[in-house]
Design a protein. Structure first.
Length: 196
């Protein structure tokens, strides 16, 4: 990749010192992400681009993909999504039966955050992973918290013993993003409108 495809912005590292953060133009990152999606989709029930690419930010620092993988094996006889993902350099998280997240470095020099979810958690996870982080925290999480719910692994759990106002349910699952917004009594916002 040439320098015209990336830019450096200063940021603080863990020690409070300045370090450069590589950012990529949206058009380039989206092209890479769409290529990755083409490779992953044959091994998934569903897979979509999330994060700053989905929100159409001018520059992005990584690619975020949310996927519902079909069953796969790892190791010597790997199958499914592992045959694609394990080609990329591991940054965090190994694939396996309980893997929910892995971060890899792509050959193009851009990191990919891959979130592996279930169908019943798609709506909540896709909304959170689309962001922005501030929107997810200050709008979505704040709203469900005020309603007496907390999130764990993509499912909302009642913080009250008895939930008569939701038909006695103590958990809520969301198969689509729109279902989450409706449950929270929030108007559905397009991803690019989710910046605070």
């Amino acid at each position: 990749m040439t320098d015209t495809h990336k830019s450096n912005l200063a940021g603080d590292d863990d020690r409070g010192e300045q370090q450069e953060e590589t950012r990529f133009p949206l058009i380039y990152a989206q092209e890479v992400a769409e290529n990755i999606l083409e490779q992953l989709r044959p091994h998934c029930i569903r897979a979509e681009i999330a994060g700053s690419i989905r929100r159409r930010k001018e520059t992005v620092k990584d690619i975020e993909i949310v996927a519902i993988p079909t069953p796969y094996e790892v190791g010597l006889f790997q199958t499914g999504i592992a045959t694609i993902v394990d080609q990329w350099q591991i940054v965090k998280g190994h694939l396996g039966p309980k893997c929910k997240y892995t971060q890899r470095m792509l050959p193009q020099g851009i990191k990919i955050d891959l979130f592996l979810v279930e169908e019943k958690t798609w709506g909540l996870q896709f909304a959170i992973r689309t962001g922005s982080a501030k929107f997810s925290h200050e709008v979505l999480a704040s709203t469900w918290s005020k309603m007496g719910w907390e999130s764990k692994d993509g499912i909302l759990y009642s913080t009250n013993e008895i939930r008569n106002d939701y038909g006695g349910k103590t958990t809520m699952e969301f198969y689509e993003e729109e279902d989450l917004f409706k449950f929270l009594n929030l108007p559905y916002l397009l991803p690019e409108e989710r910046e605070l």
